[in-house]
Design a protein around this ligand. Structure first.
Ligand code: WTA
Length: 671
């Protein structure tokens, strides 16, 4: 809708004509954007869609042969004899590091840059495929010398440095299973993930830099990891050195700890890749569920690599000869696994890897890097786009972004205004946007526009990719072709999770009990419009999505109640303009104590050290009592209503109906 009169003067309260704000307002009335004409379509996606619709299993078999190198070709494709324990390509053998490295080097592309690495103080390093293959082989031999073999779990707690790629690939090379923990998690969360996965070795770093400061990571890890029996060795990358750590190198425990650089230098440079069964575990990645215990999502070798490779090439329209691709995620999330490491490397692409924050040294650092490296494809999260919008278009405007030809988003629903800003300010109005919906569990993108093919609607992830069959069900399992419902996936796909690590029962219960063993329950609600476009609404379980990071209410609650001053806590999500959702904690203090600002700060710090800064509640509301049903269950729905300022609904099922009125009065009083 245009907001100016004919003379172009703006009406009161409306944006001035000719401004970006006015243009965004106008664009908000545009329902759909056609695929740009002349956009190079490199992949036969229409043929893929037709083939997948006719016979999805044959389609995936063809793609697996076309895109991956197999040591032993598979003869069976899908084994669905025991749902939901599906197996793909199970008699085939391959090695992921060979697919990501050796095959490109053997084809004469060893000099191609795999990663243009950039550090926040202006450091630059180019790592070629040949370099990465050399480092991976040495580290693989180094890990073997520490006793790591097939099936052993190796923890990885590293910042965004090239060694993280070598670490993951070295595990894959010898059949070890990696368990990467996001660098922003607290050491106690790292310890928990090492403990529950029985990790034998942890690869970490002496220190990590962030916005000009250095965190002493190794010292902090030591403080937690001391009594962990299963953890035999710790490999330490010396990334920052003694000077940055106040004059002394990171503490090392003799017999247990070894410097990464020494291990790699001493190792044999040749390590032939182990042929692995397609169904051999590749990695575990912990993600939040509806209990306090994180879920160890397990992915295997062949199907996962196929999903990451096929979707990377299809959704990002990648030409490895000419594209420079950048995904701004952290490698500690599934987006980093699939779209920084495995998809790009298996495709032989060139990526940017950046260790730093988007607002340091200034708010234009991302755009500066895009200009410097002539990035063509950029993939980020809605929360980051909203932050950039807040900082203002003057920062991207300082740089030449004309190299960009395609933009992507992931992690949470994107609001149309942020979509339009991204399209207009970053993409210059010419770059299609791929809003990619998927999950840690799905391994690869499931619903997304295909650039040059799919018309986009701001806020919709549009349509499923070839071979993927999402559907909507009513609460009682009836299929819906249009409207709002519970999102499910009706057929298995190669990159699906295989189980929760050492917990088949929880796997079945979480994903395959509500609608039976062949219908995967996503955990999101969605709407499908008359064009068959999917609009993801959000989680239907007790998972909060803060800036695209999944956190469980139970996990945050258990961290809060672990504080000695706390008697009880309930955590809910509140809509937040910046982070999508924010964490609100209702806390009852022990002994009827009243809360104060110092206790708020203490509890926030406490959560930061138990889980990580990202889990700190944005608001803490002191509650003398929490709303409970007669059976004692906390009614989080009611707490969300008060947190978001909605009128109170029916409270008659509460054990003590006056609790809610008291809470609402308290919030009103606090303003
Ligand atoms: C949400 C991240 C809307 C969704 C790859 C999903 C999205 C959860 C989108 C998975 C999107 C992810 N639009 N919502 N494009 N992408 N989500 O496991 O709720 O960290 O279930 O995987 O993020 O988060 P996860």
């Amino acid at each position: 809708m245009t907001t100016t009169d004919q003379a172009g003067a703006s009406r009161a309260g409306e944006p001035e004509a000719g401004t970006l704000e006015a243009e965004l307002e106008r664009l908000l009335s545009v329902e759909s954007f056609d695929p740009p004409a002349g956009f190079t379509r490199r992949r036969p996606v229409e043929a893929d869609a037709a083939a997948a619709a006719a016979d999805p299993v044959a389609f995936w078999a063809d793609k697996a042969r076309e895109l991956l190198d197999w040591d032993t070709p598979f003869t069976t494709v899908l084994n669905d004899a025991n749902p939901p324990f599906y197996k793909w390509f199970e008699d085939g053998e391959l090695n992921i590091s060979a697919n990501c490295l050796d095959r490109h080097v053997a084809a004469g592309r060893g000099d191609r840059v795999a990663f243009h690495w950039a550090g926040e103080e202006g450091e630059r390093r180019a790592v070629t495929y040949a370099d990465l293959l050399d480092e991976t082989q040495r580290l693989a031999n180094g890990l073997r010398s520490l006793g790591v073999g097939r099936g052993d779990v190796v923890g990885i707690f590293l910042p965004m440095i090239p060694q993280v790629a070598a670490a993951m690939l070295a595990c894959a090379r010898i059949g070890a299973v990696h368990n990467v923990v996001f660098g922003g998690f607290a050491p106690s969360a790292v310890k928990e993930r090492m403990e529950v996965s029985d990790a034998k070795v942890l690869i970490t770093v002496d220190g990590a830099r962030r916005k000009g400061r250095t965190a002493p990571v190794k010292a902090a890890v030591d403080a937690e990891m001391g009594d962990l029996k299963s953890l035999e060795r710790i490999v330490v990358v010396e990334a920052v050195g003694a000077a940055a750590l106040g004059g002394a190198r990171a503490p090392m425990t003799p017999g247990r700890d070894v410097w990464y650089e020494e291990l790699v230098a001493a190792a044999d440079p040749v390590c032939p890749p182990e042929p692995m069964s397609a169904e051999a575990p590749l990695f575990i990645l912990y993600s939040s569920g509806s209990t306090a215990k994180p879920k160890g999502i397990l992915h295997t070798t062949g199907g996962y690599l196929l999903g990451a490779t096929y979707t990377y090439q299809t959704v990002f329209d990648i030409d490895p000869e000419s594209d420079v691709y950048w995904c701004s995620a952290d490698v500690g999330w599934i987006t980093g696994h699939s779209y920084i490491i495995y998809g790009p490397l298996s495709s032989g692409a060139t990526s940017v890897m950046y260790e730093g924050a988007p607002d340091y040294p200034d708010f234009d650092v991302w755009w500066k890097l895009i200009d410097e490296y002539k990035v063509t494809v950029f993939y980020t999260a809605p929360t980051a786009i909203r932050a950039c919008m807040k900082w203002g278009a003057q920062y991207p405007d300082r740089h030449d972004l004309s190299s960009l030809r395609l933009l992507g988003t992931v992690g949470e629903p994107i609001n149309p205004k942020a979509w339009l800003w991204y399209h207009k300010v970053i993409g210059g109005g010419r770059c299609p946007i791929v809003d990619t919906w998927w999950q840690t569990e799905t391994g690869a993108i499931m619903i997304s526009p295909i650039p040059g093919v799919t018309a986009t609607k701001p806020g919709s992830a549009t349509r499923p990719l070839p071979g993927i069959t999402p559907a909507l069900l009513t609460e009682d399992g009836q299929p819906l072709t249009e409207g709002t419902g519970v999102l499910v996936i009706t057929q298995p796909w190669p990159s699906m999770l295989r189980t929760l690590y050492k917990d088949d029962e929880r796997f079945v219960k979480t994903y395959f009990s509500r609608f039976g063993p062949t219908t995967y329950l996503v955990g999101d609600a969605a709407r499908v419009d008359a064009d068959g476009y999917f609009w993801i609404i959000g989680r239907i379980d007790d998972v909060i999505n803060v800036s695209g990071h999944r956190l469980s209410t139970a996990e945050v609650e258990s961290a809060i109640v672990a504080h000695e001053a706390v008697a009880e806590a309930a955590v809910v999500a509140q809509a937040d303009e910046q982070t999508g959702q924010a964490i609100v904690a209702f806390v009852t203090l022990a002994g009827g104590r009243a809360g104060d600002d110092a206790t708020v700060a203490e509890l926030r710090d406490h959560v930061a050290t138990r889980i990580g800064k990202l889990a700190r509640p944005k608001r803490i509301i002191w509650a003398e009592d929490l709303p409970k049903t007669r059976s004692g269950k906390i009614m989080r729905r009611l707490l969300r209503d008060v947190a978001e300022g909605r009128a109170l609904g029916d409270v008659t099922t509460l054990r003590d109906p006056t609790v809610m009125a008291a809470l609402a009065a308290k919030i009103a009083e606090a303003g």
